[in-house]
Design a protein around this ligand. Structure first.
Ligand code: NAP
Ligand code: MG
Length: 494
């Protein structure tokens, strides 16, 4: 017993010296300019406007991308319409599947290049692009390739047919993965697409255009129009579209819904979140700490389903916080292309300002801030992993989506109180539950108003599992068999 008592609950930190382990940046051969991908070709924008895409970790200009104007969007929709009517919707489904398999395999073949591109353009750690974004993007194409010729089995007696031209708008936090979430099910169902990537992260979409050519995908099946929010607005307004799939902020989601009111255009919205990660006193604490860290510091917290509110059962508050703070001080913040990096750069200056403003409001409202000591690079956009304690439910940092590496810690005493606090948000995208009791997991999952509930894990994704929200987190599901439905029309059989 004596030796046990001497053991400190949290052993002191070992000092590790890391030498830099950079991934080769020249795996991506950047061009000076990337045009639009329309009708199977790269074309100059009719708008004759271009914008710079920068690396958020160095602020250097990487390349220029085209700013698609109304005439460009028009051209892209027309190309998609023609391809839909004359080719893609008429092909035997098994042939569509072959193209999807081909795209999946090409993503795998060019995975290192895609991972570097994603980290360079968007600032996320190479470890994440390499191990999460790119393999999951390939998995999505593989998965939906499998469904392409089995739609009759997915929806028996409902005679599914494709909707037509899908307009797809995606955000900057998982550029290639969100592209895959959108394009794979749309093509599998026989639709053609016009996709608009986010302004700050067009690179992986332009590389994907190259994959489409390599796969010899028929021209016009996939069209990519780069540009800022205006390009997205032109696309949504266009009369030639049959379906809109949007992932982004609740604010823009509401605008799109207004725009589509009264039109026969299908809509799915994947919007923001303010998820609760709930830790009960019987949970395995070290495991929970890893899950909390993964939940909020993964991808700098630029994750719609991030576990941004930690709810801790009061009896374990102190030991858990001690472990969590200690773990935070081991996170390595810096060069996204370094394989040792845990937390990369904030995606843009605008996002950094938004994070700073919300963190300042947290301090002002009376929460207590903790940030581990870490040296941030001088150039680029950076924010240290942050946690707030002494947070009231009414504080902005407990209510609003920060979309950054900032955790708000709250406490609870009973499971009912945990449910009440977890659901006390306008959002409803995801939640986490940490407990050893299986019955409690089920009890909680039944009551949490969240599209996804993770148990003793967090931020785990799989193409077979539907993802989507309640309330202001949007509607419709992506992933799984459920992810096919928004891309189909049904003719019910009596
Ligand atoms: P955002 O401003 O809503 O942008 C999302 C996309 O919409 C971008 O491509 C954007 O273009 C475009 N856009 C902007 N204004 C538009 C308009 N009026 N009409 C049509 N398109 C328009 O969101 P963000 O700031 O980039 O991304 C962060 C937000 O996305 C967060 O709130 C996060 O929770 C949410 N998100 C949700 C999910 C999910 O699955 N539920 C996943 C990821 C992110 P520009 O980038 O060029 O402005
Ligand atoms: Mg960029």
């Amino acid at each position: 017993m004596g030796s046990l008592e001497q053991r400190s609950p949290t052993p002191s930190l070992v000092e590790w010296e890391y030498v830099p382990a950079p991934e080769a940046r020249d795996l991506v051969r950047l061009r000076e300019r990337y045009g639009l991908f329309i009708g199977g070709e790269e074309v100059e924008p009719l708008s004759d406007e271009w914008f710079a895409s920068i690396s958020p970790s160095t602020e250097e200009v990487l390349f220029e991308a085209a700013q698609a104007g109304p005439e460009d969007v028009d051209r892209a929709v027309l190309a998609a319409r023609t391809a839909f009517e004359e080719d893609w919707s008429r092909r035997p489904p098994a042939e569509r599947a072959k193209f999807l398999f081909r795209l999946a395999r090409l993503i795998q073949e060019r995975s290192r290049e895609l991972a570097v591109a994603e980290s360079l353009d968007g600032g996320k750690p190479i470890r994440e692009s390499r191990d999460v974004d790119v393999p999951l993007a390939a998995a999505h194409f593989f998965y939906y390739a499998g469904w392409a010729d089995k739609l009759e089995y997915a929806f028996p007696n409902r005679r599914p047919s494709p909707r037509g031209v899908a307009a797809q708008i995606i955000p900057w936090n998982f550029p290639l993965l969100m592209l895959a979430w959108k394009i794979a099910p749309a093509l599998a169902c026989g639709n053609t697409v016009v996709l608009k990537p986010a302004e700050t992260t067009p690179l992986s979409a332009m590389l994907f255009a190259d994959l489409c050519r390599q796969a010899e995908l028929p021209p016009g099946v996939v069209n990519i129009v780069t540009g800022d929010g205006r390009t997205g607005a032109h696309l949504v307004r266009h009369e030639g579209i049959d379906k809109v799939a949007f992932t982004g902020s609740t604010e823009v989601g509401k605008l799109i819904m207004k725009e589509l009111a009264g039109r026969d255009v299908g809509l799915t919205l994947e919007l923001g979140g303010k998820a609760a990660n709930i830790v009960f006193d019987d949970a395995a604490l070290d495991q929970a700490v890893e899950g909390i860290v993964n939940g909020i510091y993964f991808n700098q917290g630029h994750v719609c389903c991030a576990g941004s509110r930690l709810l801790v059962q009061e009896s374990i508050y102190e030991p858990l916080l001690a472990k969590l703070k200690r773990r935070l001080s081991t996170l390595r913040v810096g060069d996204p292309l370094d394989k040792n990096t845990d937390v990369g750069a904030i995606n843009s200056r605008a996002q950094l300002e938004k994070i700073r403003e919300l963190v300042a409001s947290g301090k002002e409202e009376g929460a207590e801030i903790f940030q581990p000591e870490c040296r941030l690079p001088e150039r680029g956009f950076w924010f240290a992993p942050t946690l707030f304690t002494n947070v009231a439910q009414s504080y902005r940092i407990a209510q609003e989506e920060i979309f950054g590496p900032v955790l708000s810690v709250l406490t609870f005493r009973t499971p009912a109180e945990a449910v009440e606090k977890a659901n006390n948000t306008p959002y409803g995208l995801s939640a986490g539950v940490w407990t050893e009791k299986g019955s409690r997991i089920l009890w909680m999952a039944e009551r949490l108003r969240a599209g996804v509930v993770w148990a003793n894990t967090y931020n785990r994704f799989d193409p077979t599992s539907p993802f989507g929200g309640y309330k202001e987190s949007g509607f419709g599901r992506e992933g799984g068999r459920q992810g096919l439905a928004p891309y189909l029309r049904f003719e019910e059989v009596a």
